[in-house]
Ligand binder design. Structure first.
Ligand SMILES: [Zn+2]
Length: 59
């Protein structure tokens, strides 16, 4: 059974592959890096963050 490495697209044997679903340890680390980068670069946008501007008319 063979599969394509999701990182580099190289066709790789599944059986006996310690780094599956990647073709190599390098791609495994690269995927981990991508994952961490994505996790920490998610833009934190809060569309509902409009603080109590309706209650500011108590004169
Ligand atoms: Zn690869």
């Amino acid at each position: 059974m063979a599969f394509r490495c999701p990182i580099c697209g190289a066709e790789t044997a599944w059986a006996g592959n310690p780094t599956r679903p990647f073709c190599s340890e390098a791609c495994q680390m690269r995927d981990l890096g991508n994952w961490l980068t994505e996790r920490y670069s998610i833009p934190v946008s809060a569309p509902d963050a409009a603080p109590a501007s309706d209650n500011a008319d108590a004169s």
